[in-house]
Design a protein around this ligand. Structure first.
Ligand SMILES: Nc1nc2c(ncn2[C@@H]2O[C@H](COP(=O)(O)OP(=O)(O)O)[C@@H](O)[C@H]2O)c(=O)[nH]1
Ligand SMILES: [Mg+2]
Ligand SMILES: [Zn+2]
Length: 301
């Protein structure tokens, strides 16, 4: 029996990386019956044990327990959730300062999802070379805000070698995922930090141009300087699953202390009287963009 890591999946075949070589492997049908909550029984990032067949292919015998994972809503009318990547050291939300415009709401939703799934989040704001003075000021302001909240935040551009150096340092020897809408530069950043890859830029990976569904799963790309990076298909929105309205503020670090002062233990900090979170916001101790994101998310639960 050999051990390896699933780095790519087509849904029926899996590429398993043993460190020495990459083995095309099959998953016996019995695994499909076991997992019901997710649409994919075996995910990119999973560690597996497998037997080597005479023809050089693999037969997966065991899936090791996942340390963590991130999901998205299953696409194309399927019920349930699809695991995008598992066993992550960190998940990096990628936004561009413009083209497309940065959305604070996307970042905040991502951070809540990471807190809920116990994945380390990182924020990357890319295309800084396109930013005018207003954009630069906004990016600096956001960097300060998120750093104060305890999150790592990088401002990057594929044109700026110094910023690419900081991305390499971030990813070295870790398993990370780039997550964000299409067009923000996820694939370009991977190409820029590791030129041995020549991944296709401007590729819309969720749907083919012919309108036929060709869902591509995430894939893990081994980095030449150590570690793996997952380039995920463009994600427009995160769903917030299994979070009760009164719980939401537990995933906003700056609300943890203020919420102790609420009159009601199940306060949602939206309209209740004697609310510690609303008070903290009034005093300027909670950023307006964060409180707004909170209210938007509360609304969507
Ligand atoms: N000016 C500028 N353009 C970038 C940067 N990063 C990516 N792009 C461009 O943005 C477009 C989308 O990039 P791509 O990597 O495909 O985005 P993805 O969908 O997030 O993978 C391409 O035309 C890239 O050349 C950057 O830092 N600065
Ligand atoms: Mg891409
Ligand atoms: Zn409250």
């Amino acid at each position: 029996m050999k051990k390896g890591r699933v780095i790519q999946s087509t849904g029926s075949w899996y590429l398993v990386d043993t460190g020495d070589k990459i083995v095309e492997s099959r998953l016996p049908g019995r695994f499909r019956l076991e997992e019901k909550e997710v649409t994919n029984p075996l995910a990119v990032g999973d560690w597996v044990d497998f037997n080597l067949n005479d023809d050089g292919s693999g037969n997966i015998e065991k899936i090791h327990k996942r340390e963590n994972y991130i999901t998205r809503q299953a696409t194309h009318g399927k019920r349930g959730e699809q695991i995008l990547v598992s066993n992550l050291d960190q998940a990096c939300v990628v936004q561009s300062i413009k083209q497309p415009r940065l959305k604070e709401g996307f970042i905040d939703r991502f951070l809540v999802t990471c807190e809920a799934y116990e994945v380390n989040p990182v924020i990357i704001i890319n295309k800084m070379d396109l930013a005018k003075s207003g954009g630069k000021a906004l990016a600096e302001e956001l960097k300060e805000l998120y750093t104060e909240l305890g999150y790592k935040c990088l401002l990057t551009s594929i044109e700026d070698e110094l910023s690419l150096k900081s991305v390499r340092a971030l990813l070295k020897d870790k398993t990370s995922a780039f997550i964000g809408p299409s067009g923000v530069g996820k694939t370009s950043l991977i190409n820029a930090i590791d030129p041995s890859y020549n991944l296709k830029v401007n590729e819309v990976s969720d749907f083919s141009s012919k309108g036929k569904h060709t869902t591509t799963f995430a894939r893990l790309i081994p980095l030449s300087f150590g570690g793996y990076i997952a380039d995920t298909p463009g994600i427009r929105e995160f769903g917030l699953v299994n979070i009760e309205p009164w719980e939401l503020s537990l995933f906003f670090p700056e609300m943890l202390e203020p919420r102790e002062n609420c009159q009601f233990s199940n306060c949602t900090h939206a309209h209740e009287p004697k609310c510690g979170v609303a008070d903290a916001f009034e005093k300027g101790e909670i950023a307006a963009s964060r409180y707004q994101s909170y209210l938007n998310m509360l609304d969507s639960l």
